[in-house]
Design a protein around this ligand. Structure first.
Ligand SMILES: CN1CCN(Cc2ccc(Cn3ccc4ccc(-c5n[nH]c(N)c5C#N)cc43)cc2)CC1
Length: 244
């Protein structure tokens, strides 16, 4: 998979040189390139923004600069690329989006700043036949798209075959197949700060452990994310022998 990120703060994406994503880049599993939008400016001040039509506070990022950058980045092979635009007004990014994006050949992240990117940029590439996803990582306000791109790239990259050492660990995920939150996890020592590990986890009885974990997942989800409980379909309840 190839991922390109266009931003005026390329150093923000330095975290992608670390850990699993960094290793995937070094081994060639992930072809990830970061570009400075200002490299496509032509004036001496390397200007990327201007005042908003219709008035209002702040500045808007210019479509002509973004157009030159994205034409270059989208232009080359592979043929099918998806443009991902982090934005506070986007569809909320979920694990389902991560799964869908992980199946793409080439993702291009356009990280805006200021009050955002001129709306004609997304419109132009949609009209040119480029799939465009305008996505938000949550209902809070950030100062730009870079943090959101980091979140989405990590969520997507870990689903790329060969990325995670033990693919089994991707199977039973929070927000995963059962649509429930993850159960609590424990490790040695068995007693710490006067607190003991739940006895069932030391029993070696896999059936009891599985049942306890399912019950804990339901308890947690009911308490913290009632919206997820509402969204559970009967088939999922049956498949995982879940009773609410
Ligand atoms: C007058 N009002 C009119 C509404 N605006 C709204 C607004 C517009 C831009 C910005 C800053 N910004 C620029 C590019 C960019 C990309 C993503 C995100 C982002 N924030 N939160 C998420 N989950 C994000 C994601 N993903 C923020 C971004 C902040 C707030 C404010 C002023």
């Amino acid at each position: 998979m190839r991922i390109d990120v266009v931003t005026i703060f390329p150093d923000y994406l330095a975290a992608l040189d670390l850990s699993l994503v960094g290793k995937a880049r070094r081994t060639g599993l992930l072809d990830l390139r970061v570009h400075d939008l200002r490299d496509w400016t032509t004036d001496r001040h390397r200007t990327v923004d201007d005042t908003p039509f219709g008035g209002g506070a702040g500045m808007v990022m210019r479509p002509d600069i973004w157009g030159r950058a994205l034409d270059d980045v989208l232009g080359g092979p592979p043929a099918q690329s998806r443009l991902v635009v982090p934005t506070p007004s986007g569809e909320v990014f979920t694990q389902r989006h991560a799964e869908a994006l992980a199946g793409e050949e080439h993702l291009v992240f356009a990280c805006g700043r200021y009050e955002g990117i001129d709306a004609r940029v997304a419109e132009h590439y949609r009209a040119a036949g480029v799939p465009v996803s305008e996505l938000s990582i949550g209902d809070y306000v950030l100062n730009g798209g870079e943090v959101a791109a980091l979140v989405m790239i990590e969520a997507v990259a870990r689903l790329v075959p060969g990325m995670v050492g033990n693919p089994e660990s991707l199977v039973e995920e929070s927000h995963g197949a059962a649509g429930l939150l993850e159960y609590p996890v424990y490790t040695k020592p068995p007693e710490w700060a006067g607190l003991e590990v739940p006895e069932v986890l030391l029993s070696g009885h896999h059936g009891r452990v599985e049942r306890w974990r399912r019950d804990e997942a339901i308890t947690r989800t009911s308490a913290r994310r009632p919206d997820m409980i509402e969204a559970l379909d009967p088939a999922t309840l049956d498949k995982h022998d879940l009773r609410l």
